[in-house]
Design a protein around this ligand. Structure first.
Ligand code: 5GP
Ligand code: ZN
Length: 136
């Protein structure tokens, strides 16, 4: 538990939450500021700030749980689609610095805005990024 981390307190049960699933490693809750009705958050009970700090095995478990919750979401809520979203660091929109996965139910033609303006992959960018990532 990290002091003053709201998600540590929610995950441990110290602060009550609308819990959809719980096991030894995770609590799945409803987001209080949902992008759409049924927006869920998967919280590990242990504190890790972001995906780069998460241990491999727990990261694997978190995404397997995301798959199971997505299946449940589709069946129970009858949504047309689901966004699985995970923000890391302020620059990427992270506001709570305790790793979490968003599951956002989507309906056809809803106005939930999870989008970007597509750029253009230039040959220079392609070569630069392939080199940087594969040479690491
Ligand atoms: P982030 O921007 O860090 O990826 O997402 C943080 C999410 O946590 C936001 O969608 C926000 O609405 C949600 N959130 C922040 N504080 C609380 C809280 O106290 N309880 C719940 N259930 N959700 C929270
Ligand atoms: Zn925490």
């Amino acid at each position: 538990m990290t002091e003053n981390c709201i998600f540590c307190k929610i995950a441990s049960g110290e602060i009550p939450s609308a819990t959809l699933y719980e096991d030894a490693d995770f609590r799945v809750i409803l987001d209080v500021g949902p992008a759409s009705k049924g927006h869920m958050l998967i919280l590990p009970k242990q504190h890790f700030a972001n995906i780069c700090e998460m241990p491999e095995e727990l990261t694997g478990k978190a995404f397997i749980l995301a798959k199971h919750m997505a299946e449940k979401m589709e069946k129970a809520l009858g949504c047309d689609g689901i966004n699985v979203l995970q923000n890391n660091h302020e620059a990427a929109g992270q506001t709570v610095f305790h790793f979490h996965i968003h599951l956002i139910p989507r309906m056809a033609n809803d106005k939930v805005g999870i989008t970007w303006k597509p750029g253009k992959l230039t040959d220079e960018d392609r070569d630069e990024i392939v080199k940087k990532i594969t040479e690491e």
